[in-house]
Design a protein around this ligand. Sequence first.
Ligand SMILES: *[C@@H]1O[C@H](CO)[C@@H](O)[C@H](O)[C@H]1NC(C)=O
Ligand SMILES: *[C@@H]1O[C@H](CO)[C@@H](O)[C@H](O)[C@H]1NC(C)=O
Ligand SMILES: *[C@@H]1O[C@H](CO)[C@@H](O)[C@H](O)[C@H]1NC(C)=O
Ligand SMILES: *[C@@H]1O[C@H](CO)[C@@H](O)[C@H](O)[C@H]1NC(C)=O
Ligand SMILES: *[C@@H]1O[C@H](CO)[C@@H](O)[C@H](O)[C@H]1NC(C)=O
Length: 745
Amino acid sequence: MTKPESPFFTLLFTISLLMHAQSSYKQIYIVYMGEKNNNNWDEFSTQSLHHSMLLEVHESIDAAKESLIYSYGRSFNGFAAMLSEEEAAIISDMEEVVSVFPNLGLELQTTRSWDFMEFTDDASKLTPPFDGRNIIIGMFDTGIWPESESFNDEGLGPPPKKWRGKCQTEHNFTCNNKIIGARYYQSFGLEEQFKSARDESGHGSHAASVAAGREVVGANYFGLAKGTAKGGAPNARIAVYKVCWNMACYAADILAAFDDAIADGVDIISASFAGYLQSRFLFNPVAIGSFHAVKNGILTIAAAGNQGPQRGGLANHPPWILTVAASTIYRKFVTPLVLGNGDVITANSINTYNVKNISYPLILGGDATNFSANYIPRESSLCFPGSLNSEKVKGKIVLCENSEGGAGVQMATGAGVIAPNRPQQNYAENYLFQTASISNKEISKVSQYIKSSNKPKANIMFSETMEDKDAPYVASFSSRGPNIFNHDILKPDLCAPGVNILGAWSPIASPSMFIGTEDFRSVEYNIISGTSVSCPHVTGAAAYVKATHPTWSPAAIKSALMTTANPMDPKMHEYEKEFAYGSGHVKPLYAVDPGLVFNATKEDYSDFFCKEGPRNGCKSTKALKPWDLNYPSLSLAVKDGNAIKGNFVRAVTNVGMPKSTYDVIIDVPHILKVKVEPSTLAFSKVGEEKFFFVEVTGPKISQVPIISGSITWVHLNHIVRIPIVVYTILPCMEFRNSSLNQHLN
Ligand SMILES: *[C@@H]1O[C@H](CO)[C@@H](O)[C@H](O)[C@H]1NC(C)=O
Ligand SMILES: *[C@@H]1O[C@H](CO)[C@@H](O)[C@H](O)[C@H]1NC(C)=O
Ligand SMILES: *[C@@H]1O[C@H](CO)[C@@H](O)[C@H](O)[C@H]1NC(C)=O
Ligand SMILES: *[C@@H]1O[C@H](CO)[C@@H](O)[C@H](O)[C@H]1NC(C)=O
Ligand SMILES: *[C@@H]1O[C@H](CO)[C@@H](O)[C@H](O)[C@H]1NC(C)=O
């Protein structure tokens, strides 16, 4: 048997050798073994199998048992164990093993500054069971604060009968009819106060409230965003799987949670984390876990990541995942910065300090160098932690020429900071003291003012709420496509609100998310940003669709959400277009009645999974090319300098009116010639499936970041739109030489 080569092995082995200079160093490895053995899962026999495999590399059964961290077997086969690199290599050669990879940590996708270490009311008027009370959402995150008002169970009956999960009650964690299950996974000891599903960082509570929080009137963050806080599916049940601790989520824990959640009977899984070291399916815990989920009829919704705005940083790329980008909403927060000379600058940050509206003395970081620690003014102008002289900075606002400068000012006991925006920053952030983020041009202006005044002063005022007429547009932090692993699958799939969203918080967590720092404020609701936040919006929407159509497949739910999405304004995203927002902005109320869906079976996904590399027991039976997966978007990657040429086949299933005739509308720029055959689809009953073929041609292109348009099927009020993108791949972007890249022409 040939096995695909792990992209992690070389890298990780090099690192561990560097770190320990001895190969006996042990760490946790995940051993993935594909499908579970049989349907009568039994913990004892599964563990015995894994023990016996470990016995091959250990002297005694006791040592083998001791090395086992997790035995997966409820939903798929595999285990996690403490191994040396040699032992891992021996196990990876065993016949039944599919892949072996180290227990790397993924990160939660919330924006954090200075990192030094719309649903309408209609949804809630639905009647049971279509109001979502039968839907169980598995939240894979930092746990939850069970006492939050957002998770009260008023009016909800006992959990759905299919529920087979459990509630781990350590640290007074109590479940109710809203939070029906709670489990936690910790493959190694990270410092946290509670070893329980209780949320210590706030993140998991926020995500759960965005997806499925109950209605809470008057929720706000220091008076900002005041209104009714409510999740997308307020009656859906929440099953908590705590896999993230202090912002890191480890592979072994993520797989353990998938193994349980699938067997527990969740309907939807929401995962707000992403790994920047993304890899092929077989070495990627989210790809493996979500693959087994989709085979069991469960859709996984995941964050695209916060690696924007540069291209190609996108995570969670498999076609069976619904990958979500983050966009802005109509409301934004701004902070007036008033200089001593009366000039007012509108800053890009959330400031909930300075309630008394006080002006502070203002100083340039470059004028407050800590010379005794051997720093030079150039360094202190960037406010590196330690570079500032605290005697000069104390009680003052410091102008820094570095967007990460706040940490240094905070350390030197400054009163606040004025710093430049991050590159292309188009959102405001929440900080742990008074902060004004402004453009580089404005930085020069403030700098000139400081130099020209003998008593420079500034007032960073309490934030104000403003209407944002340009919204929605994709946040600069949101990760962009293309999908460098599977060029034929357009990613992200959708965008949803992910900027400055109010949600439940853990009262023991710092609202500015600085772990172990000086922010001791306690809040019940917080405003945060990230694809971590847009992901649960789509989770709520998916729960809503699933509640209305309990028998729909994950592919059908995903298709419904994508084909009904609101197109985004390409002019706001000129160079990236669909690579920023996919099909567009999610629109849950339309998604329940999409007219047509692009369906896919488990076998279609298995086939796609198998094409990634030969593997034990994996037969890629279909002749289908990966770009012919029935995906509700079309992506054509062209090798640099070649002509545009691609053919696609798609099938649509009628889920609207029995008798309906759809006509096609092709909307593409002149450079593309797109033919759709047939141009009319006449359905006579619900459930009927019809094929259409798309031919895309055009001239030779070179270094074209993206050309895009759409194909739309229309029947009365049903508008079924799929985007089509054409782009060139430069040699440097051919990241993986996978068998999936043969669409290149
Ligand atoms: C549980 O709650 C009780 C009563 O409020 C408290 O005394 C106890 O310390 C709590 N236990 C834990 C483990 O947090
Ligand atoms: C706050 O102070 C600024 C000057 O620093 C002034 O322009 C503004 O009117 C004050 N606002 C309030 C609400 O007092
Ligand atoms: C300068 O830096 C040193 C070393 O970090 C520190 O101990 C000292 O307190 C700093 N001095 C001032 C005035 O901030
Ligand atoms: C989609 O395909 C699945 C089989 O994989 C089937 O059960 C389902 O009814 C089909 N249609 C919809 C709308 O989900
Ligand atoms: C990439 O794939 C092609 C054919 O699929 C093969 O000939 C070539 O050797 C591969 N290159 C690498 C670096 O694996």
